[in-house]
Each structure stands twice: as C-alpha cells, then as structure tokens.
Ligand binder design. Structure first.
Ligand code: PMP
Length: 408
C-alpha cells in the first residue's frame, strides 16, 4: 500500500513552509534579471586568493586535524580570535561563552530549540528577519509584533507588550534586515532597561554591524548591558544572547557564525547542536582562523565597505531621481538593505510578477510581518548588483511602479 505522507508528518511539520525569500531567489536564475531580492553579498569582494592560500597552508601543516571530527563548541583558536573581537566591542567573554555554528541561521534555530515551548510569546520588531520567524515557527512560537518608528522598536510599545510574559525579545539593532534601520544608543539603553525590569532575555542578531558606511559605531546591546551591570571585567553573564556571522564579512558559503551567551545557555546550545550536526566543519573553521588571524578582516572590511557604500549611494540617488513622489524609503547607514513604502493602493506581492516580467526582482514586505502589515512595502538589496545594474534595475522597477499607480 502506498504511504500517505501527509498523515505521517509530525504536527510541527505542518508549520513548515518554504520562505518567501527562498522562493524568490529562484528568480535570480532567470537570464538578464536584475535582482534586488536576495541578501547576497557581492562575489566581487570574495577573497578567493586568501582562501586558496589558507586551504593550502591548513592542509599542508594541519591536514589530519582539519579533516577529523572535533568538539561541538568549536575550534579553540577561532573562539580565541572571537574572544578578542568581542573584547574590542566592549564585552569580556572567554571561550566558554562562545559556540561556533553553521551560520547564524543555525544559532537562531538552536536558540528556538532550547527556549521555545509551543505557544510561547516572542516579541519581534515589525517587520523582522524572516529567517528567524521561519526557524521559530517550527517550535510553535506565537509572535507579537512591536511597533517601530525610524529608530526601530518603540520602548513604550515594548513595555506594554511585556504584560504577555514573553520568552524573549528579538532585536536587530544594526542596519536591520529588512528595513536597514539602526537603533540609536539612547533607545538601546531604554530597551535594555525595560527587559531588565521584566527579567526578559534579548536575542541580539548582528550580522551587519561591521558594515557601516556613514556615522559612528554604536555599542552592541550586549556591550551596553555588560556596562550597565558593571560586568566589563568579568565574563559576560547578563540578559543578552548575541549572534554574528562570517557570512557578510568573509563569505556566506562558509556557513560559519557564532553565538555569545552566558555559559549556562552555551552549554544547552552545545547539547542541542550535538543532536543536529555534532559540530561545525573542522576544516572550514580552521580555514577561517588561518585567514583572519593576522588582521585580515581590517583590509577586507575596507574593500567591502567601499564597494557597498557606493552601491547604496547609487540606489539612494536613483530612488530620488526615479521613484514617484508618493514613495518613501529608509536611508540605511550600513548593511545590505533599504526599505521602500509605496502608496497604499499598491500591493507589492501582486506587483512582483509584473516586475519579474520586466526582469527586475525585489522582496515584498508583508512576509516580514509575522501577523499582518506591510502590503505596500518592499525590501531592496544593494550589495549584490553592480552600480550599472542598480541604475538599470531601478529604472525598470520605477516604470513598473508608475504603471501600477496608473492602474495598468
Ligand atoms: N540574521 C539575519 C538578520 C540575517 O540577515 C541573516 C542572513 N541573511 C542571518 C541571520 C543568517 O546568516 P548566516 O546563516 O548566513 O550566518
């Protein structure tokens, strides 16, 4: 008898849906299509020669270690490097506060696995990062969208929502995905103070913090929490769990990232990761350490910031020049994305098909809202297309929008 798979799947499997973004990424395969849809770094900045040299060096000097199983927590030298990087950001940790993961995406999933019971309330920015929403859906998260303004999540709205007894608050303070917004210093402190008062943890997701093209760096939420607790000279043991990644500063194909948290949390994450994949690739971790150990990132970040900073400016210029007066958009100080709001009459999900016919793609805004909203918004990525492609793609997109407004 043929198995009926539908009835065999676990309840949680029914919540699994392919992310709208993954679906849209399929469009990037269409020839001549200019995509502002994915969150792809530019291959122009991949340090391929440095990778070649690092592979050669690791294999010839430590080949048998690189190809062997290893510990779940992650390569010790790489974690020592991250201890230093974190100290530069104003947080004291030791290697036991760090777990190496297969991308931040895995860190987010493991956090869901150790924290979320079905029906737990999770407070998220409206809109928020789709990948996290998707990961935590599996565990039965019940999202509460917190209202945002130009400076991100609004403290009064957060405070009000605290009444539901949330499991945690999920924040993307730097150049948020999807909006490109940054939470200013004063507001970060207010948010930390509210979470402290209610004893609610914060998950701080920071893949883009090092990609700032203008303005001053702002201390991470974890750094501010550690300062506010007078904990800067002892290993961090506060309310914040932090994750960042090598995806945007080296290469996403590495699938390499890290979580920083109080030791008690790291221990549970380690057990949880053991059940998932035993550990992150020994080889990849050693390559990343080999590349980054002599301040390589300083030069690499300069190259990336120069390229993306220019692309961001081209996109902002074309928005001003070409988009209808009724449209508005964020001006991100860093990261990979900006967020466009169109007149209410436009449904960006419906308009996408017409845009793809004109060979330009974006991500409609509404999937980033776990409950509802954002039907007239879109996320545009400015890191992947060249400056020329941005000009051409924005021309096409503005025509699609103008046609839509004219009711064609
Ligand atoms: N968090 C955010 C906010 C992201 O934008 C991304 C990638 N687009 C991730 C996490 C996952 O990054 P990775 O798994 O490549 O480290």
């Amino acid at each position: 008898m043929k198995t009926s798979w539908e009835t065999r799947f676990a309840f949680r499997t029914n919540t699994l849906m392919s992310s709208a973004i993954r679906e849209i990424l399929k469009y990037t395969q269409i020839p001549d299509l200019i995509s502002f849809a994915g969150g792809l770094p530019s291959p122009d900045v991949f340090p391929i020669e440095a990778f070649k040299a690092a592979c050669e060096k690791v294999l010839s000097t430590q080949g048998s270690t690189a190809l062997q199983y290893s510990i779940t927590e992650g390569n010790i030298q790489l974690r020592e490097f991250l201890v230093e990087l974190t100290a530069e950001q104003g947080v004291k940790v030791d290697i036991d506060n760090i777990l190496i993961t297969n991308g931040s995406q895995q860190g987010l999933d493991l956090l869901g696995k150790i924290f979320i019971n079905r029906g737990d309330k999770i407070l998220v920015e409206a809109p928020s990062y789709l990948g996290a929403l998707q990961a935590w859906n599996t565990y039965g998260a019940d999202y509460i969208q917190i209202e945002t303004d130009d400076d991100g999540i609004i403290p009064e709205a957060l405070e009000k929502a605290m009444r539901v007894g949330p499991k945690f608050v999920y924040l993307l303070p730097n150049f948020q995905n999807p909006t490109g917004k940054t939470i200013p210093l004063g507001r970060r402190k207010e948010l930390i103070e509210i979470c402290e008062r209610f004893g609610t943890p914060i998950i701080e997701d920071d893949p883009y913090g090092k990609l700032r093209y203008e303005g001053e760096d702002i201390p991470s939420v974890m750094a501010l929490d550690s300062q506010m607790r007078n904990q800067t000279d002892q290993p961090y043991d506060g309310n914040v769990i932090y994750t960042s990644t090598f995806s945007k500063i080296l290469a996403p194909g590495l699938r390499l990232a890290w979580v920083i948290a109080p030791k008690e949390v790291i221990q549970k994450l380690v057990y949880s990761k053991q059940g998932t994949d035993l550990h992150t690739s020994t080889f990849v971790q050693m390559i990343a350490h080999e590349i980054t150990k002599n301040n390589f990132l300083d030069g690499q970040l300069k190259i990336i910031k120069e390229a993306y900073g220019k692309r961001r400016q081209v996109m902002l210029d074309t928005l001003t020049e070409l988009f209808p007066a009724e449209a508005s958009w964020t001006v991100p100080q860093g990261g990979l994305f900006l967020w466009v709001t169109l007149p209410e009459s436009i449904r960006t999900e419906d308009m996408l098909k017409k845009a793809v016919e004109r060979k330009v793609a974006y991500v409609p805004g509404s999937p980033f809202f776990p409950n509802d909203g954002g039907e007239n918004t879109m996320r545009l990525n400015f890191s992947n297309a060249s400056e020329e492609e941005i000009v051409e793609g924005m021309k096409r997109l503005s025509e699609v929008i103008k046609n839509e407004l004219a009711g064609n």
